[in-house]
Design a protein around this ligand. Structure first.
Ligand SMILES: Cc1cc2nc3c(=O)[nH]c(=O)nc-3n(C[C@H](O)[C@H](O)[C@H](O)COP(=O)(O)OP(=O)(O)OC[C@H]3O[C@@H](n4cnc5c(N)ncnc54)[C@H](O)[C@@H]3O)c2cc1C
Length: 423
């Protein structure tokens, strides 16, 4: 989809330096700061946590990871952090999709699309460290930590108040970007409604070590209780996301490591060899939260505050990065203050953002929900369909490429940032 047109670019006519405040310094808030500081803007990030750079876990058994899509790699190139991120990330050159107990198998290969990799996997804390380092080098970004935003005023001007160890402070700003996660209080305080869908499933996440080094392949295995993903972390280490029924998750969490490894091996099979070690396990209920609107006055919702997805396709962070790319594309080279002086143009920009994001988010959500219901349901009739779907996917290049493009974050086209440039 093309970028909707907006008011005439007016950057450079304004005397005052424009400012943007970001509520929440999670991975998405930090990436947004790096993107939105361009065009001479001052960006403040208000984060309630302390965000200290963390030490690398030496074995990496307890680290949490994120799979980066091809489009996210392009966005990191535009933000000039890809070189730092790349040497900490593991490439995914093949994605192997199968369904437990059924004959269909499909393989998506980077080489079929003339790509070096379909995506990459990186430990979240290493990615966070890269972002913090880049932010600390920037003169345009002010990161305020241990500060919780308590109120937002957007009727007459945009202003927020936050509580910090130094007391209550307030900040006047031209635009407020809300990135405070799925349970967003900022979103609620603006009266933006959201819908939460409970999938009645839980995810167990952990890292595992197999008995031999393995190629750069990711595995998505659909089981009767939900999808099981293995993402390569380099050498013989894999990040595992195991989605199952809540009661099964309780039982699996209660097992000792040895018994848990046996259950996991039995469910996943032996295509990566024997599981030798398992890290700390975390479990949580799976929900999807969707904001009913993405903008209000001078506020914009991004990341999990806008849409928190089921992790089946590993798309939440990737989708949030594309929120940022869309917003940056719509603001690039344009003055927010001039748009504020002429409210029609700012509201046009925000309406354009809403339109761009709603359509892509709906598409990604439908694909994720479709996969969850197709592959998490144990009705006998569906078993045949599942196998056929996977078999067909493997022999129908066009269908396969649609799934691959969606996974790579390219299904809806893109703007300059999604092609690796800021403008
Ligand atoms: C098991 C699992 C696996 C996943 N795997 C993948 C994957 O492979 N690929 C992928 O793309 N995505 C994946 N995701 C999704 C991804 O992790 C999230 O979409 C992404 O991290 C969301 O980031 P965020 O910054 O929007 O929200 P959050 O990470 O929730 O950050 C919100 C921040 O706001 C701060 N905050 C909250 N309230 C306030 C306040 N009032 N004032 C100031 N600060 C505040 C919080 O302290 C926090 O730091 C996965 C998710 C799960 C659960």
């Amino acid at each position: 989809m093309g970028t909707p047109t907006m008011g005439t670019p007016t950057m450079g006519t304004s005397q005052r330096q424009e400012s943007i405040a970001i509520v929440g310094g999670g991975l998405i808030g930090l990436c947004a700061a790096l993107a939105l500081q361009h065009s001479g803007r001052k960006v403040s990030v208000i984060e309630s946590g302390s965000l200290l750079q963390s030490e690398k876990d030496p074995v990496g058994l307890n680290a949490r990871s994120i799979a980066l899509s091809y489009a996210s790699v392009q966005i990191f190139k535009a933000l000039d952090i890809w070189n730092e991120v790349k040497h900490l990330a593991s490439p995914i050159r093949t994605i192997h999709i199968s369904s437990k107990g059924h004959w269909g198998v499909s393989r998506l290969k980077a080489s079929d699309y003339e790509l070096e990799a379909m995506g990459y996997v990186i430990e979240s804390q290493l990615l966070g460290n890269c972002l913090l380092e880049k932010i600390n080098q920037s003169k345009s970004i002010n990161l305020v930590t241990r500060a919780t935003v308590e109120s937002i005023e957007v009727e007459h001007n945009s202003q927020l108040s936050y509580r910090s160890p130094d007391g209550i402070k307030s900040l006047q700003t031209d635009l407020i970007v809300i990135a405070d996660g799925a349970q967003s209080k900022a979103r609620d305080s603006l009266g933006i409604k959201h819908e939460t869908i409970d999938y009645e499933q839980s995810a167990i996440i952990t890292n595992v070590i197999f008995d031999k080094p393995i190629a750069a392949a990711a595995y998505e295995r659909f089981t009767e209780s939900g999808p099981l993903a293995m993402l390569p972390l380099g050498q013989n280490r894999y990040a595992c996301v195991w989605t199952c029924k809540p009661d099964d998750a309780l039982e699996l969490m209660a097992l000792d490591d040895e018994a848990f490894m046996q259950s996991l091996q039995q469910c996943f099979g032996f295509r990566l060899g024997f599981i030798e070690q398992v890290g700390k396990r975390f479990s949580f209920p799976l929900q999807r939260t969707e904001a009913k609107s993405l903008t209000q006055n001078r506020c914009v919702l991004i990341g999990n505050a806008a849409n928190a997805l089921h992790p089946v396709a590993g798309q939440g962070f990737n989708l949030g990065l594309r929120d940022i790319a869309s917003l940056q594309g719509l603001l690039e080279g344009r003055s927010i203050t001039n748009q504020v002086a002429n409210p029609g143009t700012l509201s046009q920009s925000l309406a354009a953002y809403e339109q761009l994001r709603q359509s892509e988010q709906t598409q990604v959500i439908r694909l994720g929900d479709g996969l969850v219901s197709l592959f998490s349901n144990d009705l006998p009739l569906l078993n045949h369909f599942r196998s056929a779907a996977l078999g067909l996917l493997d022999i129908m290049p066009a269908l396969k490429s649609e799934v691959a493009l969606s996974g790579m974050g390219l299904a809806t086209g893109g703007n300059a940032m999604m092609r690796g440039h800021l403008r």
